[in-house]
Design a protein around this ligand. Structure first.
Ligand SMILES: [Mg+2]
Length: 134
């Protein structure tokens, strides 16, 4: 599993979802959690932390957001030199489920359908860890 010290970026346009994800991550023992309110701000945060020498090590991103949607953000991340191997989890709603194939083809690490239990979320993160560990 990911170490408790990793830097995590939670991207969602709904503060209540960000709070929920953050509290689940904290319950799992994670300590360093950053937030962004849309895909554009999320991408900006990724580059800012990278330049500061404190790169984000896990992204949890909503799908449906203003400015830059989660799928578009994922494509930008995967086509960049800096973040192509970054663990990236998409949070989807039931309505977006049939679009998930495109996210899989675009290299999403895992996706989680909202609403989700703490147990499912933790299980998904373990799968992501197994996928990305070297
Ligand atoms: Mg949203």
């Amino acid at each position: 599993m990911f170490a408790p010290e990793i830097r995590i970026l939670v991207i969602d346009d709904m503060p209540s979802i960000r709070d929920l994800v953050k509290s689940q991550l904290k319950t799992m023992g994670f300590k360093t959690i950053y937030e962004a309110e849309d895909g554009e701000a999320g991408l900006e945060a990724l580059y800012r932390h990278h330049k500061a020498g404190e790169p984000i090590e896990l992204v949890i991103s909503d799908w449906n957001m203003p400015k830059l949607k989660g799928l578009e953000l994922l494509k930008k991340v995967r086509s960049s030199a800096e973040f192509k191997d970054l663990p990236f989890v998409l949070l989807t709603s039931e309505a977006e489920r049939e679009q998930v194939t495109e996210a899989v083809l675009s290299g999403v690490s895992q996706y989680v359908v909202k609403p989700f239990s703490a147990k499912i979320f933790e299980d998904k993160l373990k799968i992501v860890w197994d996928k990305h560990k070297k």
